[in-house]
Design a protein around this ligand. Structure first.
Ligand SMILES: *Cc1c(COP(=O)(O)O)cnc(C)c1O
Length: 457
């Protein structure tokens, strides 16, 4: 059969609340035009993030009941540890309450003033955790990854020449580690090839720099390798993932992505002395090493989720449903970041709304209108999230102005996606009427979460 279907039956359902246009306008006003400040009850289709929003399986829920809540040495920890070790091959497995906790621990040990951390593209929390220590976070995406319209297989790749130059100019002793984000979230959910992971590792190894994977979407990345990289078509996704990890010295992971759970993460590595220092911090900030920031039942759900995520029927449905959304929008002329990524479609707001200057945040304006028109919550990935100010207070804009439609795992069906397509096309028809926004209040770090906006009249 050609039709790709959701590879699950639905056993438990959650109603969604419909709102009127007037209600949504009132909701936006109360939330100061920041979708992070909108109560989820007022959202019809929530594409804010794919993080922690997965639907768990019957087996994961059963695992929750089996969870061993012993303080030390819980059975659930050993199941979790064995599963993560089987998948990643790393010797030391440290559970944390989510991905950023793993980052916080890793960079508080390795970061600090005068240090530099290169990455194909830092995710926002990764960048914040590097910078919080006084170190600098450097993005080195490959050339193809900088062109939003170019269709290429592995736009998430690291710029290898750039990395070599960066190491030469910065000095290896100032680079405590190199990160590689798979898939490249800030770069559009684009995959990284095995060849690029391998070459990055070789370059790092020659300079004595450890390579860490930011492995949040390792299974989606592995599936893209299977589809697109010669030599991998007959391999299982699990064995491809194992090979990806084998090229690294450690990993941070948000289990809220490719472990199909609502909370959790881990830090893993081969270096014993680094692991010892990490565990010392873990005990102060997260918890005892056999539970980290998690309950035993969470560890069970992660172990089970890591089994389910590499299922190829699941990954085929997952990658295809995102691609379907991208195809339908592209066919109608809507500018999106090409090609569709693994977990999200990114609308190119700069092209969608060319009349709005970057300092009036076209991405924010577009995401607000999608909510107003269709009750769809998306995320601005542009100058609200990544913009900075120069000394005169003038905006240094982000490289791209994107609006991310992130698809939660196993939550929405094809008709939900068809509704999203209709809503985006409706806004696209009226795009010339849209106006920008200005910031009326903002915090100094990770401002997109809490900043307040007003519409420009
Ligand atoms: C989500 C994410 C993180 C942070 O994980 P949290 O669980 O949200 O703290 C880090 N890196 C990438 C690439 C992510 O997508």
């Amino acid at each position: 059969m050609k039709t790709i279907i959701e590879p699950f039956k639905i056993k438990s359902v959650e109603p969604i609340r419909f709102t009127t246009l007037e209600e949504r306008e009132a909701i936006l006003e109360l939330a100061f035009n920041n979708l992070f400040l909108v109560p989820a009850e007022g959202v019809l289709i929530d594409l804010l993030t794919d993080s922690g929003t997965s639907a768990m399986s019957a087996d994961q829920w059963a695992g929750m009941m089996r969870g061993d809540e012993s303080y030390a040495g819980a059975r659930s920890f050993y199941r979790f540890e064995a599963k993560v070790r089987e998948l990643t091959g790393f010797r030391y497995i440290i559970p944390t309450h989510q991905g950023r906790a793993a980052e916080k621990i890793l960079f508080s040990i390795t970061g600090g003033k005068g240090k530099f951390v290169p990455n194909n593209s830092h995710f926002d929390t990764t960048r914040a955790n590097v910078e919080f220590t006084g170190a600098e976070a450097i993005d080195l995406p490959c050339t193809e990854g900088r062109d939003p319209d170019l269709i290429a297989d592995f736009k998430g790749n690291m710029d290898l020449e750039g990395l070599a130059r960066f190491i030469r100019n910065t000095g290896r002793s100032n680079i405590p580690l190199c990160m590689m984000t798979v898939t490249n979230n800030s770069g559009g959910g684009q995959p990284v090839s095995m060849a690029n992971i391998k070459a990055t590792k070789e370059l790092c190894a020659r300079n004595g720099i450890p390579l860490f994977l930011d492995a949040c979407r390792f299974a989606e990345n592995a599936y893209f390798i299977k589809l697109r990289e010669p030599g991998y078509e007959d391999r299982t996704v699990e064995s491809i993932a194992q090979e990806m990890f084998a090229h690294a010295d450690g990993a941070t992971m948000s289990a809220k992505k490719d472990a199909l759970v609502n909370m959790g993460g881990f830090l893993a590595m081969n270096d014993e002395s680094l692991a010892t220092r990490a565990r010392n911090i873990l005990i102060v900030t997260e918890g005892f090493p056999t539970y980290g920031g998690l309950a035993g039942r969470d560890l069970e759900a992660i172990a089970q989720g890591l089994d389910e995520i590499v299922d190829e029927h699941y990954l085929q449905y997952r990658i295809r449903s995102v691609e379907y959304l991208g195809e339908r929008l592209t066919r109608e002329g809507v500018p999106i970041l090409q090609p569709p990524g693994g977990h999200a479609i990114y609308l190119n707001a700069r092209k969608f709304l060319p009349q709005i200057p970057v300092d009036q945040y076209p991405g924010q304006a577009l995401s607000l209108e999608l909510f107003r028109a269709g009750g769809i919550r998306s995320a601005e990935i542009g100058s609200v999230m990544f913009g900075k100010y120069d000394r005169d207070g003038k905006l240094i804009p982000a490289r791209m102005e994107l609006v991310r439609l992130a698809i939660p795992r196993r939550v929405y069906t094809q008709s939900h996606i068809d509704y999203v397509i209709e809503a985006v096309l409706d806004v696209y028809k009226r795009r010339s009427e849209l106006r920008g926004v200005r910031i009326i209040e903002e915090p100094p770090i990770l401002r997109h979460f809490t900043a307040k906006f007003a519409k420009v009249e």
